[in-house]
Design a protein around this ligand. Structure first.
Ligand code: IMP
Length: 429
């Protein structure tokens, strides 16, 4: 099974970075396929902590190639900063390749992201303000600037001139001063020069790798319910974090994917606005936030916290056709006497087992909970299933039964070592 997709099975921040780092050791290619520097992945190796926004966490494995796929939108400034910062901590990194079809994020995208959010008032999405939505809008409107053009000075100049003329008019409507072309071009041309050696037709590189039977890991960002179509629209990101996005955003076809693993927390969190049925906006939610240090890697915002939602998780298993689940942050739930878990919703007197597509309905659903026993003690030293308390084992079985999906890996702490692999057959076969 040489191709493996890792996706977030909830609303993002499921600790995918750690998992990709652990599994990336066996991969020849580690590939990001959607989003941009709205993502935030933390990887802890011994006493070193890495924070990634654009680079695949797999860059830490010197023998592998980290690919930024065609489905991404890339801020060159933050990519270069991240590369420089990572090299200071670990000089020996994997090879980097950036898709010539990926789109470039410019400062006007970030400005418009903020201005549009302000204009939405109380309906704001709570974006990360990194210009992600506006960059994808340009892609769909067919005026975006792709990496291939960006690293060609003449084409970069011409395209930026055309696009900036439009964007400055738009900024004017929001009462903003126009951006100066020469200043912007000079700054971005310098970034383009540094990025030139990395830009390649990565679709072909990956298709060759798949044909050659190399191990390729697709690293999802965000999560299933932030997907533009499968998520809680409009409170979503502007790309496709679901498993199908791995194909859309890399040029590798669906029949080439062997295994799909979904990363989920043992509870649920969400950043930004939008319905969240099992949210605990109370002392228990605050306790999860403090025990789990649930603050955003990208924005530092406190995450909204709540109980595990098996309605959502089951739907995620189906949307992504998950081969297995990777259950993270089990250690964070230690000390809770009781653990309610949502198994269905009530909507206008009817019991349902899916997330209604209309957010107005989703905002109204009442979760139906089953309450499981909690557990005590520090799980971080557990290295085998038998090291876990019996209540933790029951909690895991309950998840497997309700989602009809096996647990493939458990994470009991942030470090690489704090991992229990249950189903190696679902990883690289
Ligand atoms: P955007 O991706 O910045 O446009 O933000 C859209 C929504 O997705 C907001 O609710 C963000 O908080 C959320 N979001 C974007 N990236 C992430 C992530 O990596 N983890 C969790 N939430 C995210």
């Amino acid at each position: 099974m040489p191709t493996l997709v890792i996706v977030g099975a909830q609303w993002g921040d499921e600790a995918k970075g750690k998992i990709v780092d652990v599994l990336g050791d066996g991969a020849k290619f580690v590939v990001r396929f959607s989003g941009g520097n709205n993502a935030g992945h933390t990887v802890i190796v011994g006493d070193r902590e890495f924070k990634f926004h654009l680079l695949p966490a797999g860059i830490l494995h010197p023998g592998s190639t980290a690919v930024l796929g065609s489905g991404m939108v890339i801020c060159p400034r933050s990519l270069l900063e991240e590369l420089d910062r990572t090299r200071v901590i670990q000089p020996d990194l994997g090879t980097l390749r950036i898709s010539s079809s990926a789109h470039v994020v410019f400062p006007y995208h970030r400005m418009l992201d903020q201005l549009e959010e302000e204009a939405r008032g109380e309906n704001k999405i709570g974006t990360t303000a990194r210009g992600i939505g506006p960059a994808y809008e340009d892609k769909v409107a067919r005026i975006g600037i792709r990496m291939a053009e960006f690293v060609n000075p003449d084409r970069h100049r011409k395209r930026l001139q055309e696009v900036l003329a439009v964007k400055n008019r738009l900024l004017g409507l929001f009462g903003q001063d126009p951006l100066d072309f020469d200043e912007l071009y000079d700054e971005y041309a310098a970034y383009a020069e540094r990025l030139t050696p990395f830009v390649a037709d990565t679709d072909v590189i990956l298709q060759d790798a798949v044909e050659a039977g190399e191990r390729v890991m697709f690293e999802g960002a965000q999560g299933t319910f932030l997907d533009l179509d499968a998520g809680t629209y409009p409170y979503v990101t502007s790309s496709h974090p679901i498993a199908a996005g791995a194909c859309l955003g890399t040029g590798v076809g669906p029949r080439a994917i062997d295994s799909v693993l979904g990363v989920c927390k043992a509870y649920t969190t969400r950043v930004g606005s939008g319905p969240f049925p099992t949210e605990q906006d109370n002392a228990e939610g605050a306790r999860i936030r403090e025990q789990g240090k649930e603050y955003g890697t990208t924005t530092g915002r406190g995450r909204r916290c709540g109980w595990l939602d098996l309605v959502a998780l089951r739907q995620s298993c189906r949307t992504n056709t998950l081969s297995g689940l990777i259950v993270t942050r089990l250690d964070v739930l230690s000390g809770f006497e009781r653990l309610p878990v949502a198994v269905a919703y009530r909507l206008r007197g009817t019991t349902i087992h899916h997330l209604p597509a209309d957010v107005a309905d989703l905002a109204q659903v009442e979760p139906i909970y089953e309450v499981l026993d909690g557990w005590d003690g520090d799980l971080r030293s557990a290295r085998r299933l038998s090291d876990l308390p019996s209540a933790t084992l029951r909690y895991l079985e309950f998840i497997e039964d309700h989602t009809k999906t096996p647990a493939a890996i458990l994470s009991v702490g942030p470090d690489r070592e704090e991992t229990i692999v249950l189903r190696p057959d679902l990883i690289w076969g």
